[in-house]
Ligand binder design. Sequence first.
Ligand code: 13P
Length: 253
Amino acid sequence: MRRPIIAGNWKMYKTLKEGQDLVTILKRDLYDIEAVDIVVCPPFTLLTYIADMLEASTIGLSAQDLFWEDEGAYTGEISGKMLKDAGCSYCLIGHSERRQFFGETDETVSKKVFAALKNGLTPIVCIGENLLDREKSLTFERIKSQLDKGLQGLTKLDAEKIILAYEPVWAIGTGKVATPEQAQEVHHYIRSWLTQHYGDDTASSIRIQYGGSVKPENIAGLMAQGDIDGALVGGASLKADVFSCLVRNTLKG
Ligand code: 13P
């Protein structure tokens, strides 16, 4: 049985004070949740501070991106080694906004996955089709190509350490959530791809989150689907009461 995992991707929101206020309330409101892994993904500047706050808590810490080298003359970049040092346990990789605005490709995703694993971080690898792909019925083709290239060369042992996040680009920040059936169809496809490459046991152990306009109102319906193991949440993770409610509703699915 896969343990549900809900991650809040704060994107480029929250000053230090705002982030600390949010985490203070989450710690208080979610202290009794045992059946769900909860993760927050603050911007880089907040990580060390939030790590301190989460020390005695079950809430995990993720970065939103990393560079694949451990150190070097790469102005503006942050390495997996630094993120581990800052207290992170997870790292988002290949989020569609990074692909869209910052030239992230499946090839860079692959390098980053290895860098995260090497530094003991759990990669949360984001994949998903855009609106044009979906309209042209190219969803599965896009997903297959992202998996083929992004997870290229990953051993079975390493594959067991990753988390995947399916985020249809057309559903991110648009209020257009994929229906639970639409999401399940792609999650099932992803799991079949994993089975083909890593066998049944590994495929059934890997968690696949759904992301794209997830709210307290729709999380249970998504979680009721067989291959949906949690959510990567944007907008609804920025308010403590909304995110707490979403986490609680996860258990109703
Ligand atoms: P929204 O939940 O705001 O649609 O964002 C989804 C997302 O991109 C999470 O990584």
